[in-house]
Design a protein around this ligand. Structure first.
Ligand code: LLP
Length: 432
């Protein structure tokens, strides 16, 4: 075994062991990140293929032989190479748009393992998903149910439907990523769900197959899941009395990852609790669907960025880097904490810096008050950037979208090219 620790390293990488120090250099698997930055330029997203596999295995080992379908919440990272990797491993997919459907099909995924979530499905998206033959639509309102019924009837098909119920539970996470409270826009209120199912049962182009909820993201406690499950099982009991039987239960809500010092809940802990509750209530036969995004990819990626200037002042020291809020939006949007690691460790005293980008917004920061031993031109790795990193990026300030690299052992694959300045204006025109 390689010794992954370095006496000079400041903290164990969140993506360990796939991201680790050897001596004073940070590696992704067998690739030295400083070299990658030299060759390909910065900023740059780097993912570890082995880390994707390890995260996937944690779910598979937790599942054992039980009837569980993992549908990767692909909004977290939808690069085709990442999707292909999960498809190869046998994953299903949770999609939320016609664009995600197109991607997942392009990656060669099996549409019969795709669930389609989202509060605002449009007619064209419904048509495309029916034509592809998705496993089910997670329907979030009665008007959506009626629209889907019409679209399916016109296409001469029956749409498999699971109603997304809003269980009104507090996932104890950031308000922007909590989705299962009654004041959130998502799902059908739990007390209206039974009547929505009764309506669904009367619509000829609708086939009821399941029930579904999603309570939030970066969840680190098991109790919100069990509260939601309890409410869903109560609903299933009531539906059974009306002769409405379901085949699957989709327990959405994403397990957290370690960004800083969180103790994430392991898939095995979650599943053991969930199956204990399912079995004790007599629902062990239901297929369980999970929709993890972040926990499959979050710590499989870093964002490499280069220090441009060190700006020291009495009030604050700034490390101005070449990545910005448009490349990684989470700090600006949620005040999210991401670890910052030097690609090469320096043997000098650290200084407190705010790591900020070049965008003209005070919200353009990536990390605050970090003790870093750095100089201008050093390369830094912003950790835990595999989920909700590239996918949330934009061209703000006319900054080209970043390249993405997949590391596999000592090999590197360019899985997305850096946008060029020509790409930036492509598709625009000036009226004569
Ligand atoms: N399924 C549905 C219907 C979802 O809405 C989500 C996430 C997922 C699955 C995946 O959840 P995960 O396992 O990643 O928690 N941009 C935010 C996260 C937003 C999550 C929204 N829904 C962030 O950067 O923290």
């Amino acid at each position: 075994m390689t010794d992954h620790s370095s006496p000079l390293a400041m903290r164990t990488p969140a993506g360990a062991p796939h991201f680790h120090y050897q001596g004073d250099a940070l590696y992704a698997e067998g690739v030295r990140l400083h070299d990658l930055a030299q060759t390909l330029g910065t900023p740059l997203y780097v993912y570890s293929r082995a880390a994707l596999g390890t995260a996937w295995s944690a779910y598979q080992e937790a599942i054992g032989g039980r009837n569980v379908l993992v549908c990767y919440g692909m909004k977290a990272n939808s690069n085709l190479a990442v999707l292909r990797e999960f498809a190869r491993l046998g994953s299903g997919f949770d999609i939320v748009s016609g664009g995600e459907l197109a991607r997942v099909l392009a990656a060669g995924a099996d549409p019969s393992r795709v669930v389609f979530s989202g509060v605002g499905k449009q007619v064209w998206e419904m048509r495309a998903a029916l034509a592809a033959g998705v496993k089910c639509f997670n329907v979030e309102s009665v008007p959506e149910l009626r629209r889907l019924s019409g679209v399916a009837a016109a296409a001469g098909k029956r749409a498999a439907v699971s109603l997304r119920v809003n269980p009104d539970v507090d996932a104890q996470t950031h308000p922007y990523i909590s989705t299962g409270l009654k004041e959130n826009k998502f799902g059908i209120a739990i007390d209206q769900a039974a009547s929505a199912y009764e309506l669904a049962a009367t619509l000829p182009a609708i086939e009821i197959v399941g029930v579904d909820c999603h309570i939030g993201s970066q969840i680190t406690e098991v109790s919100p899941y069990l509260d939601a499950l309890d409410k869903l099982l109560g609903l299933i009991d009531r539906l059974a009395l009306k002769g409405i039987r379901l085949r699957h239960l989709d327990l959405g809500g994403g397990l957290g990852i370690r960004y800083d010092d969180e103790t994430p809940l392991a898939p095995s802990a979650l599943l053991d609790h969930v199956f204990a509750q399912l079995n004790s209530r007599g629902y062990g036969h239901l297929e369980l669907v999970l929709e993890p995004g972040r926990s499959l990819v979050g710590n499989a990626g870093v964002l490499l960025t280069r220090v441009q200037y060190l700006k020291l002042s009495e009030a604050r020291n700034f490390a101005i880097v070449d990545a910005a809020m448009n490349d990684l939006m989470r700090p600006a949007l949620y005040e999210a904490w991401h670890g910052v690691l030097p690609a090469m460790v320096r043997n000098q005293s650290p200084v407190l810096y705010d790591v900020v980008g070049p965008v003209c917004e005070s919200a353009d920061w990536l990390a605050r008050a970090r003790a870093l031993a750095i100089e201008e031109d050093d390369v830094l790795a912003i950790e835990s950037a595999g989920a909700y990193g590239f996918v949330m990026s934009s061209n703000y300030n006319s900054r080209p979208l970043l390249p993405e690299i997949l590391v596999d052992g000592t090999e590197t694959h360019l899985i997305r090219k850096r946008q060029t300045l020509d790409d930036l204006i492509q598709g625009e025109s000036i009226p004569a």
